[in-house]
Design a protein around this ligand. Structure first.
Ligand code: FMN
Length: 211
């Protein structure tokens, strides 16, 4: 039995799953360290290949470090847009209908002010398969505590500086950058395509018996 008090995660699982959506605007309120611990304890309970437990978390709450990282994150975000072929130079160039890109660009500006950033890493570098369930557990546990999150990535052009900034060795792989904080807005519902379009029964293309 873990020494951590997991009974504090009392939100019904269905509520956590169905109301978890990307939170990209955060209040500045710090997250108590005991809650950060509980979130990480939940994360490491996720299934992982051979129980080798390659996932490593770097939890950053230091304001100066987050501020410094924010500039790097912003640079990475815009580098990814260039890779996608967008000519956008700033948030005002992003068309209004590109809602996710606009929200994500807003996060790129605000990353420097988030209360906490968690980096999901792997040592030794392995496939992301083992990190992904842990990252999702982490975000669901955060949701249960009223803490918002969003999984994000960086860009090759900033990786050396990122490693230097946090002293991360070369043989540790980066997978996700997950800001955490109490939301400025509200949680879910999250919007998805009907499962009848994305799920098949018994064979590829087999219709499921629900609308
Ligand atoms: C692998 C992965 C990478 C993502 N990268 C980013 C990112 O760099 N920036 C961002 O703001 N959101 C990122 N997201 C969040 C998605 O945009 C978001 O989950 C999706 O648009 C669905 O929206 P919802 O979570 O609000 O329902 C990422 C999600 C995943 C799973």
């Amino acid at each position: 039995m873990p020494s951590v008090d997991y009974q504090r995660l009392v939100m019904p699982l269905g509520e956590a799953i169905f109301t978890q959506r990307s939170i990209r605007r955060f209040r500045p309120t710090p997250i108590p360290m005991e809650d950060l611990r509980l979130i990480v304890e939940a994360a490491v309970r996720a299934p992982n290949g051979g129980n080798r437990q390659i996932t490593r978390f770097l939890v950053v709450t230091d304001r100066a470090r987050i501020r410094e990282f924010g500039a790097l994150y912003r640079e990475a975000w815009w580098a990814k847009r260039r890779d996608e072929g967008h000519a956008w130079k700033g948030i005002d160039d992003i068309p209004p209908e590109e809602k996710t890109h606009r929200a994500a660009a807003g996060l790129a500006d605000e990353m420097k002010d988030v209360p906490c950033v968690v980096f999901a890493l792997a040592m030794p570098p392995g496939v992301a398969n083992s990190v992904i369930p842990a990252a999702q557990n982490l975000m669901l546990a955060a949701r249960a505590l009223g803490i918002g999150s969003v999984p994000t990535t960086l860009h090759p052009s900033v990786m050396d500086r990122f490693r230097t900034m946090f002293g991360i060795p070369k043989d540790v792989a980066f997978h996700f950058c997950i800001p955490l904080g109490y939301p400025q807005g509200t949680f879910g519902p999250n919007v998805r395509r009907p499962t009848a379009e994305t799920t098949f029964l018994d064979r590829w293309g087999g219709a499921v018996p629900w609308p």
